[in-house]
Design a protein around this ligand. Structure first.
Ligand code: NAP
Length: 532
């Protein structure tokens, strides 16, 4: 077993200069862990960012293949941590070994996928418009554009994904792939897991002969640690997954800097599902089973949890809601990640329940439980109430589903138009309902980043085509994604070169195309060299 230090890792070196400490807590029995983790100080954060900025001076010149080798090495080092990583994370999150084993595979898999993207090379989006010297009334210059790394990035780990959205998760992998050094603010819910990851990364940094400032880990359970990080003048961008309150605070903080920087925050989402009558008529039982499985997966602690279901009022819908209620009540109550998530959930559900038009069908607080938890809960309201009361769009981060029963198709559409921004939106329907589904999708497309047909939103594939984002308040940057390979674009900045001599151009833009990558040359996608 690794002996954990409880320290921060600043450019490869353990450091614990702060006076205040915290421990992790086992959510299953609320017992504190044995290691005291030290809150990072202003000086440690300063050293981490300065070291990252110095590292960037070297790494921004590294070829993509060298970055790819590093990402693969990190994946190997994570696997090298073995079962200790799984057991430590399970103790800190209670997510269970099967789920954590899968999440580890996703985490190493996304590092390897970014490595392949780098080797293929066209992620730099080389676009070349050659000169038109004879154009009238004025000649057109030669313009060539590509993407370059933005600089040091701060990544805020999520509580609910201790691997895939944490120290070596999607934000970090995409920032590294872009060529950016990363300073991770560990989530205070899993500091020991974070330290293990830091050990693995430091081994990879050493083995790959990268500058030590390429990676730092700062621990903290106070908002000051995150705020100091985001305020540091040498930081270039922020990746965040967590609450609307936290993401918005960091976004505002970054905007107030003398030099504002982008904050890519992925925050709350209620993930509306519209269920049309034909789907209920054809397969009520399997639909109810699928919905309940998705809503209770990971104790409902997914940003893609289906928290809102819209349907039309009729006898079959009423029976369907009843079936879902029974299935939710019959499922064992899961463990929540930490005290803050439990108390936050209790607060927001109570707020929703305080509305006159909201009825609780099952669930609620579990009194005097040994673990952090909240009963699987089903709430119901009307379309009219939903349209008029935006508080009913509050995310309940846990195993909670709100049914909205609409009197007519017109009211259902008005509910769709009233929706705030979301990560996903789903329609369950039969093929003969496609005309109505098309109208509803027309509205949903304005509200969500991923549209799903007859499926469930939990489970986000890491592929090129993935879009895990959406209009505010789902994210602060709706034009980007935090899952999938185009996530790299958040940490790349375009630069155009005008009439630059070939020898001064980066290889990706040179006439001979020495990297052999796909480029858009005079509006055509090609790997050919340019003969002028
Ligand atoms: P969180 O409270 O937003 O915290 C996430 C990280 O941001 C932590 O490291 C936290 O640091 C930091 N932070 C929060 N507020 C900050 C501020 N004002 N200034 C600087 N740093 C700040 O998220 P969480 O602990 O993961 O869970 C709380 C809620 O977030 C959940 O109930 C849920 O609603 C939502 N959530 C959403 C997702 C998603 O995927 N969208 C995932 C997880 C959670 P400290 O804790 O050290 O202060």
């Amino acid at each position: 077993m690794t002996t954990l230090t409880g320290m921060n890792f600043i450019a490869g070196s353990p450091s614990a200069r702060g006076a205040s400490t915290f421990t992790s807590v086992n959510p299953r029995n609320k017992q504190a862990g044995g290691v005291a983790f030290t809150n990072a100080t202003a000086d440690e954060i300063h050293r981490a960012v300065i070291s990252a900025a110095e590292a960037f001076e070297q790494t921004r010149h590294y070829p993509a293949s060298r970055l790819a080798d590093f990402l693969e090495r990190v994946a190997d080092e994570i696997n090298g941590l073995g079962d200790e990583l799984l057991q430590t994370a399970d103790m800190e999150t209670a997510l269970g070994l099967p789920r954590l084993t899968g999440e580890r595979g996703r985490t190493t898999g996304q590092l390897q996928a970014f490595a392949r993207l780098l080797r293929e090379g066209s992620y730099v989006e080389a676009i070349i418009d050659t000169a038109l010297p004879d154009r009238q009334p004025a000649p057109r210059p030669d313009i060539r554009r590509m993407l370059f790394p933005i600089g040091p990035v701060a990544v805020f780990s999520a509580s609910n994904f201790p691997f895939a959205f944490a120290v070596c998760g999607g934000d970090t992998a995409s920032a590294w792939a872009a060529g950016c050094p990363v300073i991770v603010k560990a989530h205070p819910g899993h500091p020991a897991t974070s330290e293990l990851f830091a050990i693995a990364v430091n081994r990879a940094v050493e083995a790959s002969d990268f500058p030590k400032g390429w990676f730092s880990l700062v621990q903290g359970n106070t908002i000051e640690v995150g705020q100091m990080l985001v305020q540091h003048p040498r930081l270039a961008a922020v990746g965040f997954t967590g609450s609307l309150r936290g993401g918005r605070a960091l976004f505002d903080s970054a905007a107030r800097r003398e030099t504002p920087i982008p904050v890519y925050a992925e925050m709350g989402s209620i993930n509306p599902s519209v269920i049309l009558p034909g789907a209920i008529e054809a397969r009520a039982e399997s639909l109810a089973e699928g919905l309940v499985a998705s809503a209770t997966l990971g104790s409902g602690q997914f940003c893609t949890n289906p928290g809102l279901v819209l349907l039309l009022q009729n006898d079959q819908s009423a029976a369907f809601i009843h079936t879902v209620k029974d299935k939710m009540a019959a499922r064992p109550v899961g463990v929540l990640l930490n005290a803050a998530i439990e108390s936050g959930l209790e607060h927001v559900v109570a707020q929703t329940q305080s509305r006159e038009a909201v009825h609780t069908l099952t669930g609620g607080i579990v009194p005097e439980s040994e673990s952090y938890c909240y009963a699987n809960t089903v709430l119901q309201t009307t379309g009219a109430a939903f349209i008029s009361d935006s508080l009913l769009q509050t995310e309940h981060f846990g195993p909670v589903t709100l049914f909205v029963v609409c009197q007519s198709e017109e009211e259902l559409l008005r509910c769709v138009f009233a929706l705030h921004g979301n990560l996903t939106a789903t329609i369950h329907a039969e093929n003969h309902e496609q005309a109505l589904a098309a109208t509803i999708y027309g509205g949903l497309r304005e509200k969500a980043g991923r549209l799903i047909w007859n499926g469930f939103p939990t489970g986000v594939e890491v592929v090129h085509a993935q879009q895990h984002g959406g209009p505010y308040p789902a994210t602060t940057a709706p034009a980007t994604t935090s899952v999938g390979l185009t996530a790299i674009k958040r940490f790349l900045r375009p630069v155009a070169f005008q009439n630059m001599p070939d020898g001064l151009l980066p290889q990706a833009l040179q006439n001979a195309n020495p990297l052999g990558i796909w480029r858009t040359v005079n509006n055509e996608l090609t790997r050919e060299r340019i003969s002028l």
